[in-house]
Every structure is written in structure tokens, then in C-alpha cells.
Design a protein around this ligand. Structure first.
Ligand code: SF4
Ligand code: MG
Length: 278
């Protein structure tokens, strides 16, 4: 369904709730909140037409900080909740947000299948390569030689996930990377992601100054991809793997069939059940 525009112009702050974020000073997640509200205001989406679903973790608190519909779910299950919501309410613009631990560890399998299913929603992983809420353990995107966690004092010794590569392989139809040091650039990516028809994955590099203070240097390392998005799998794969994970922009964009239990908007629960069994 086409996105319905608001009849009364709204500005970014209209999409913020009255709840004050409890994030640490300097946390990159502030900029993700700002980018989301800017993107929604740019699209002039009525607040009641948007739902933001999150999991558990510092970044997943974001659902409470917006004035759109929200659901602060359980650890790693945000995408499953969002898929259910989108199946039943095709009219909603569904955003999903959470951290790298939530989305790639306990929620990793949901991530893979959400990419493959290609429902029309936008998933933002706020990636700081650490579990922040539980006091700084290595996550699936942590480099193997990070030594500052008491749980892995010698480093993990494990190769980190590359979220963009996973999304590409699993079948996401829109893949981008943004940086919280450039909230306007991130907002622009989010506008494109929301407007894209299909599963849009946005990795937001979002520093954690409390447990990964060295990430404050990311602002000197981040750059834009030299080329714009491609719809060629091999080209996108080559770009992702040749990169050090610090290039930003829309990487891949194509039109895959969108999975949508199509009769859901008519309340045809039999159709939903039938299609989900396929
Ligand atoms: Fe942000 Fe890290 Fe603080 Fe969590 S612990 S709020 S991720 S700075
Ligand atoms: Mg994290």
C-alpha cells in the first residue's frame, strides 16, 4: 500500500516522545533517533501510520523515545514481531531497530529469514560491536583482538560477522550503511530505505563511548563508497568484501518479490496461515 502523507506538516521533533533517553552522553544512538525523526518528517508520514519495533539492549530503548506506535519486544525477536505486525497491518510503515548483539546473535536466525522473506519493512542495526547494556561483552561484530572485556580478556579469536554481506547473501533487497556522526546522511539513507519496496537493511555505525571509547575515532575513518548502489549481486559482494566496513552509502538495491500475506488487510486469517506455511 502507498504511504499515506500527513495532512498537517510535521517536523522531526513531532516524532519524539516526552521520554528523555537514558543513553550515556555521546552515545551514537542519539543520532539514530534524530535520523529516524528527520526521515519520517521528510516523508511527512502520519505518526499513527508508523510502528517502530525493537528488541532488547541500549539501542532497543529507541521505541520509547518516538511518538509513533512502538513495541519494545524481547531479546532478538524484534523482526519476528515486526513480520507479524506487517502481515496483519499492511498499511503500516514498519521500522525495526536494535543492536548488533540483539540482531545478529540471539536474533541472527530471524535476521537471515527476514532478509529472505523480503517483507516491506526497514531494519536498522545500531552497530557498536559490543553488548552495551550488559556492561561490555563481545558481540558478533566485535573484532577478534578486542581485549577490553573481562569475559574475553584474550580477545574472541573469532572472525566477526559482516552484516551487509550476510544481508546480501540472505536475500535483502536494499542494503546500506550509515554513520551516526553524519545524522543527515543517515536520515537520507533511511528515507530511501523506507521508500524502497521490500526488506531494507541499514547498518548504522553507532559508537559506544562507554565501553568502546576508541570508536570515537570512527569519525576519522568513515568515508562514502565511491560508487552508488548496484543491483548486481557479484558487484555488491565484491564491494562489501573489499571494504574495511567503514564506507557508507546505499550498497545494493534491487526488486525481489515481496512476501506479503496479501489478503491480510481484509482480515483473511486463513490466507495468512496458508501463506506462512508455504
Ligand atoms: Fe550507548 Fe554504550 Fe551507553 Fe549503551 S553503554 S547507552 S551503547 S554509550
Ligand atoms: Mg551493541
Amino acid at each position: 500500500m502507498d504511504q499515506v502523507k500527513t495532512s498537517v506538516p510535521v517536523v522531526p521533533k513531532d516524532y519524539k516522545s516526552k521520554i528523555k533517553p537514558v543513553w550515556c552522553p555521546g552515545c551514537g544512538d542519539f543520532a539514530v533517533l534524530s535520523a529516524i525523526t528527520k526521515a519520517l518528517a521528510h516523508l511527512q508520514l502520519p505518526r499513527e501510520s508508523v510502528a517502530l519495533i525493537s528488541g532488547i539492549g541500549c539501542s532497543s530503548r529507541i521505541a520509547a523515545y518516538t511518538s509513533v506506535y512502538g513495541f519494545h519486544g524481547v531479546h532478538g525477536r524484534a523482526l519476528a514481531l515486526a513480520a507479524g505486525l506487517k502481515a496483519a497491518r499492511t498499511d503500516l510503515t514498519v521500522l525495526v531497530a536494535g543492536g548488533d548483539g540483539d540482531g545478529l546473535s540471539i536474533g541472527g536466525n530471524h535476521f537471515i529469514h527476514a532478509c529472505r522473506r523480503n517483507m516491506n519493512m526497514t531494519y536498522i542495526i545500531m552497530d557498536n560491536e559490543v553488548y552495551g547494556m550488559t556492561k561490555g561483552q563481545a558481540s558478533p561484530t566485535t573484532a577478534p583482538d578486542w581485549l577490553d572485556s573481562k569475559l574475553t580478556p584474550h580477545g574472541t579469536g573469532l572472525r566477526p560477522f559482516q552484516p551487509a554481506a550476510m544481508a546480501l547473501t540472505a536475500g535483502a533487497s536494499f542494503i546500506a550503511r550509515g554513520f551516526t556522526g553524519n545524522p543527515n546522511g543517515l536520515a537520507k539513507i533511511l528515507v530511501e530505505a523506507i521508500e524502497h519496496r521490500g526488506f531494507s537493511f541499514v547498518q548504522a555505525l553507532s559508537p559506544c563511548p562507554t565501553f568502546r571509547p576508541e570508536q570515537m575515532d570512527w569519525k576519522h575513518q568513515v568515508r562514502e563508497f565511491e560508487e552508488g548502489p548496484t543491483d548486481d549481486l557479484a558487484t555488491a559482494s565484491q564491494r562489501i568484501h573489499a571494504d574495511d566496513g567503514m564506507s557508507t552509502g546505499v550498497i545494493f538495491k534491487t526488486n525481489y518479490p515481496v512476501f506479503q500475506p496479501g489478503r491480510a488487510e481484509h482480515g483473511d486469517l486463513d490466507a495468512i496461515e496458508r501463506e506462512f506455511r508455504l
